[in-house]
Structure formats: C-alpha cells, structure tokens
Design a protein around this ligand. Sequence first.
Ligand code: IMP
Ligand code: MG
Length: 189
Amino acid sequence: MSITPTTPPETADPRLLGRRVKRISFSEAEIARRVAELGRDVTGFYGDGELLVLGLLKGSFIFLSDLVRQIRRPLQVDFLVAASYGDSTVSSGSVRLLYDPETELEGKHILLVEDIVDTGRTLNRLMDLLQARKPRSLEICALLHKHLTSELRYPTRFVGFDAPNEFLVGYGLDHAENFRHLPYIASLQ
Ligand code: IMP
Ligand code: MG
C-alpha cells in the first residue's frame, strides 16, 4: 500500500508567491467572529456624539472595512498615512503624516484603527498628534497586539487577538507589500 503525502492547503495557496506558511494563526471564520464581537463592543461603548473611525493605512484597510459594517451607530470614516523616518528595519519612533485627515477632529469621538501593535512606537506618536487636535475622546482599536514587545503609553481599548511573537501576514498585514489580500492571518516560514 502506498501512502500519498498530503500537502497542507496553505502551502498550495496560489496567493503565496511560492512562500510557505508555518501555520494559519487565525482563520477567516475566527476573524469574522471576532470582528463581529468587536463591532458590538464598539457600538455599546459610545453614547451620544459624532464618531470618526480613523484607519491607519495601509495595514488596517481590510479590518476597518469589515469592522465598520459591524458597528450599529452613525459614524464617519477617514484615514491616516504615516511614515517612519530613517532606518526601516528599526522603529525609530519618529513619525510624520503623509496624509492628514481632512475631517475636523475637534469635539468628535475618534477611534484609531490599527492592524497590529508591535513596539507601539507608531501609535505613541500618532496618539500624541491626535490628542493635540482636542477630540472628545480618543481610543485605539487594534486587530492584533504583540503584548511582549509593546512600549505603548496609551491603553488599547479594543483588541481583536493577542498575537504570537511571529511575523504575521494577511488580512491587511504585509511582508514587503505582499500577502495583504489573504483572507486569513498566517505566520510566515
Ligand atoms: P510598531 O510601531 O513597532 O508598533 O509597528 C507597528 C507596525 O509594524 C504595524 O502597523 C505593521 O505595519 C508593522 N508590523 C509589526 N509587526 C508586524 C507583523 O507581524 N506583520 C506585519 N507587519 C507588522
Ligand atoms: Mg501598519
């Protein structure tokens, strides 16, 4: 009797550029369930006042589009594009805005949506910048949080999943701009 080796489905995924993934950390169904819960949490959190959901590009684009459709209250959407200065392999903590939202922030509830919190340095700088615009409230919603490495000075009010200390791709997260379109989140080999 011959045994046919089976290829795990993720290694056969044509979206992977021939790369292998170690494992699927969060499946499409798990993500959908958790995003629906987050939507309910966000809906319940805000009372009166205008809510502006601010997505940090590019990593948050899929998460944000799923999340806002699970929030059952009026809201507006805008985006931020931030760039770190200097060495791209080390997070220096200095950040400048390449795109600054047109929308007035003063007096609004701002929910900043990020794909993943690693060192937290990007968010520290952005939160400082946004706080200076005098919003009515300012909260963070992160899909993933690598708690081990974080130096974040602000609380993350809403977190989708605790992330393993591995490099993750998919559902908006990239490696050299690839793999953002995977419907699941995987750990790269
Ligand atoms: P921080 O300033 O160190 O928190 O950097 C957070 C940013 O680094 C995220 O918005 C991502 O763009 C990127 N990043 C951190 N960890 C990962 C990962 O595991 N996969 C993909 N991008 C990551
Ligand atoms: Mg990012």
